[in-house]
Write a protein that binds this ligand. Structure first.
Ligand SMILES: Nc1nc2c(ncn2[C@@H]2O[C@H](COP(=O)(O)OP(=O)(O)O)[C@@H](O)[C@H]2O)c(=O)[nH]1
Ligand SMILES: [Mg+2]
Ligand SMILES: [Zn+2]
Length: 329
C-alpha cells in the first residue's frame, strides 16, 4: 500500500479538492439565489447585519443571529431569513456562492472575507512602503478564483522625488504584465473619477495592508463619511486597525466591501501548480519549457529562465514566485 502510485486521475482529483479547499471549506446549502430575501452586510461575533431584499422593508438592515447548522456566513452572502423576535431575525439558509475571497489564519484555516464578487481591489500606497510579494500573494489568490483584479495605488499626493522612482518601477512591472492600475488620492480626489468609472456596476472587495487608505477610498467614492478611518493620532498608535470586520457599502454605481487590514496573506497549502497559474506571465512562458516537468531552475530549455535573461519576465516577480513556493505549508 505504502508506495502505491496515484493514477493521473486521482492526482487531478486531489489537486481539485485542494484548490476548492483554498476557496471554500463548506458544503453549500442547496438553495438558489431567487429564494433569498437578504444579503449579509456585515458579520461580527455571533450576529450579522442583513439587508432586506424584498417586501415592505427593502433596503432596511436588520440584526440577525443564525442557526447552528449553517455553513459559514460572510459579507456578500445571499441568505434566507425570517423574523424571530420583534427586532431581530434569524438566518435559516445560505445560497450557493459564486465565489469566496478569503485568507488563511496562522493555523492554515480558511477565513472567508467576502462572497459573490466580481472584482478584487488590491490597494497599496505611496506610504506605507509596498511589499511586492504581498501584492503577488493577493494576485495569486485572485487569479485562482478567476476574478478580475484591479490594482489601486493610493496617496499619490505624497509622491516626491525620492518616492517617485521606486513607485514608477513597481507600477511598470504590473503594467507590463497587463494588469489594470488606477492611481488615486483619497485625500485630494485625484484619479477618483477614473476609479469610479472602472467600478461601475461591480461588487468589489478592497484588500491590502492596513493604512493604505481602503476605508478612506470608500469614503471618498461615496462622498460621505461612511466608514471610520484611522485618524492621525490613532494611525500613529501601532497595531490599531479601525476596520475590524468586512462591511458592504452601497455607493451610487457600485457595491464596495471594506475589509480589515492584515499583515500577512498566506496561501497556506495551495498546490504549487496553482501558484504558477497565479503568476500570469510565468505560467504563459512555462508552457514552452523543453521539459514538461521543468522546475524552472537550471534545466536546459527553460523558457522562464530565458525570458528572465531577455527581460520579458522581471526578476522581482520570479523571486516573489520562488518565495511563495518556499513558504507553502
Ligand atoms: N496623504 C494621504 N493620506 C491618506 C490618503 N488616503 C488615506 N490617508 C490616510 O491614511 C491613514 C489610513 O487610512 P485608512 O483609510 O484608515 O486605511 P485602511 O487601513 O486601508 O482602511 C489615515 O490617516 C488616512 O487619513 C491619501 O490619499 N493621501
Ligand atoms: Mg480600514
Ligand atoms: Zn522551465
Amino acid at each position: 500500500m505504502g508506495n502505491r502510485k496515484l493514477s493521473e486521475k486521482q492526482r487531478q482529483r486531489i489537486t481539485e479538492n485542494q484548490s476548492q479547499r483554498f476557496s471554500d471549506t463548506d458544503n453549500d446549502e442547496p438553495i438558489d439565489t431567487p429564494s433569498c430575501n437578504g444579503r449579509i452586510i456585515s458579520h461580527f461575533g455571533r450576529q450579522l447585519d442583513v439587508e432586506v431584499l424584498n417586501g415592505d422593508n427593502v433596503g432596511v438592515v436588520i440584526r440577525c443571529h443564525y442557526r447552528a447548522n449553517l455553513p459559514t456566513l460572510v459579507t456578500g452572502d445571499l441568505v434566507k431569513w425570517k423574523a424571530d423576535t420583534k427586532d431581530v431575525g434569524v438566518i435559516v439558509s445560505r445560497s450557493v456562492r459564486k465565489n469566496t475571497f478569503g485568507r488563511h489564519d496562522s493555523n492554515g484555516k480558511f477565513k472567508p472575507v467576502a462572497a459573490n464578487l466580481n472584482r478584487v481591489l488590491i490597494v497599496f500606497a505611496v506610504i506605507p512602503t509596498t511589499f511586492t510579494n504581498l501584492i503577488d500573494r493577493y494576485l495569486v489568490a485572485v487569479e485562482n478564483l478567476k476574478i478580475q483584479p484591479l490594482l489601486v495605488l493610493n496617496k499619490i499626493d505624497l509622491l516626491d522625488n525620492s518616492k517617485n522612482k521606486s513607485t514608477q518601477k513597481l507600477l511598470t512591472i504590473y503594467k507590463r504584465i497587463g494588469y489594470p492600475i488606477v492611481e488615486v488620492s483619497a485625500k485630494t480626489g485625484q484619479g477618483i473619477y477614473t476609479l469610479q468609472k472602472a467600478l461601475s456596476g461591480q461588487t468589489a472587495v478592497l484588500v491590502g495592508q492596513s493604512g493604505t487608505g481602503k476605508s478612506s477610498l470608500i469614503n471618498r467614492l461615496g462622498l460621505a463619511k461612511l466608514t471610520e478611518t484611522a485618524g492621525l493620532s490613532k494611525a500613529k498608535d501601532k497595531g490599531i486597525h479601525t476596520t475590524t470586520t468586512s462591511r458592504l457599502y452601497h455607493l451610487e454605481t457600485c457595491d464596495l466591501i471594506d475589509s480589515p487590514g492584515i499583515r500577512e496573506f498566506s496561501l497556506s497549502n495551495m498546490p504549487a501548480q496553482n501558484v504558477l497559474k497565479g503568476f500570469r506571465e510565468l505560467n504563459e512562458f512555462s508552457l514552452t519549457c523543453k521539459y514538461r516537468d521543468c522546475r524552472h531552475g537550471s534545466e536546459p530549455g527553460c523558457a522562464i529562465q530565458q525570458a528572465i535573461k531577455s527581460g520579458d519576465i522581471s526578476m522581482d516577480r520570479f523571486e516573489s514566485y520562488q518565495r511563495i513556493l518556499n513558504d507553502l505549508t
